[in-house]
Design a protein around this ligand. Structure first.
Ligand code: ARG
Length: 368
């Protein structure tokens, strides 16, 4: 018998605990579970690793969503569609799979949560933070046109030859960037028919539309790694639908993002000479009302923070009934607007991280 490295022992251990939980949840009998664990152990001994079956991958990815402590939308974890793209090899294969996922997820506005899982053996990474994201163009005077959050990544895109189609605007969709860390990536412009966007209007104030604001329909995180039973999938982009405050109380409102509370307050004629007029709070409400109204009018899935908090309470109840503990990170679960009006505000959460899960990883362009 050959001695196993500690890494392999650790992998076998993680694999076993994942398989036991996964198979129990899928109501697979004990014998089949033991057989599968023995098979995985043998595989690890021979090759140093093992390969998930389609069912393990599918349920593992759903468990990862269920274990995402920062996510308030976890009630829907069982509805996650899982695309197995482990056969993809070239950057072209990756781009094709990602675009197919995007079309499926967008679904004309009736958004479907999905994940595409690429091979854990390949070093290929998706360099974008989110698949659809607006460029942040740095100006000579240090100001930024567009989304400051994308400034560093926009610089990388330009370094590899990307230019916006017209003159720089506030909402230029960045290209899809795929490649191994440390070498030149491939850039793919996202076909415009795949990019659903919502122009923002206000339910009562007609002049709001003149601000020319918009946001994209599908939040699609593409830079996190998915970990299942000791296997790390470093390319596993996933999407959900938006909660309104992500856009209206953060992306468009944060001082270090689009910083729009002042112009909105001006439009509504609020008294900005004193904090005590609560002009920031009022502007925040109007901006968020515009976001929810616009997505609804465009037929694009979105949830308000009150409903999302109620759905989260249902998720907790469901988890209790299934005999599982619930973990969460309070500072992320509370919505950034009127948090104390929701149930999540008034309680604490156990922030233990369980596997499967999604984890942050270093951007590939940090190494370049
Ligand atoms: N907060 C991020 C954004 O505003 C998106 C994170 C994922 N959100 C989601 N609803 N699935 O773009």
């Amino acid at each position: 018998m050959t001695t196993q490295s500690t890494a392999e022992q650790e992998l076998a251990h993680k694999a076993e605990s994942f398989i036991r939980q996964c198979y129990e949840e899928l109501a697979i009998d004990g014998q089949a579970t033991d057989r599968r664990i023995a098979e995985i152990r043998a595989h690890i001994r021979q090759t140093g690793t093992y390969r998930h079956t389609e069912d393990e991958l599918k349920h593992g990815a759903r468990m990862a969503w269920r274990n995402s402590n920062r996510c308030i939308g976890r009630l829907f974890w069982q509805s996650l569609t899982v695309f197995d793209a482990r056969e993809a090899r070239s950057a072209d294969d990756y781009a094709e799979a990602v675009f197919r996922h995007l079309a499926y997820a967008t679904n004309g506005g009736k958004i479907r949560p999905a994940i595409t899982v690429f091979s854990p053996e390949r070093r290929m990474r998706i360099w974008n933070h989110q698949l659809i994201r607006y460029a942040g163009h740095e100006q000579l005077d240090g100001t930024i046109i567009g989304d400051p959050h994308s400034a560093a990544f926009t610089r990388i895109c330009k370094q590899y030859g990307w230019r916006p189609q017209q003159a720089q605007s506030f909402f230029d969709v960045l290209p899809l960037v795929i490649g191994e860390a440390g070498s030149a990536p491939r850039l793919f412009s996202i076909p415009s028919e795949l990019v659903l966007e919502v122009p923002l209007t206000h339910p009562e104030e007609d002049r709001f539309a003149e601000m020319g604001l918009r946001w994209y329909a599908v939040p699609f995180i593409s830079d996190m790694a998915l970990t299942i039973g000791g296997i790390r999938y470093s390319a596993a982009p996933f999407n959900g639908w938006y909660m309104g405050t992500e856009i209206g109380a953060r992306n468009l409102a944060d001082v270090q993002r689009y910083n729009l509370l002042r112009p909105v307050a001006e439009l509504f004629g609020l008294d900005m000479s004193t904090n005590t007029s609560l002009w920031k709070d009022r502007a925040l409400v109007e901006l968020n009302a515009a976001v929810l109204h616009s997505y609804k009018a465009a037929g694009v899935s979105i949830v308000d923070h009150h409903t999302a908090a109620e759905q989260f309470a249902t998720f907790e109840k469901q988890e209790r009934q299934a005999g599982r503990g619930i973990t969460g990170r309070w500072s992320w679960l509370i919505p950034p607007m009127s948090p104390s009006t929701t149930g999540v505000w008034h309680r604490g959460f156990d922030n233990t991280e369980h596997d499967p899960n999604f984890v942050h990883q270093r951007p590939p362009y940090d190494h370049a």
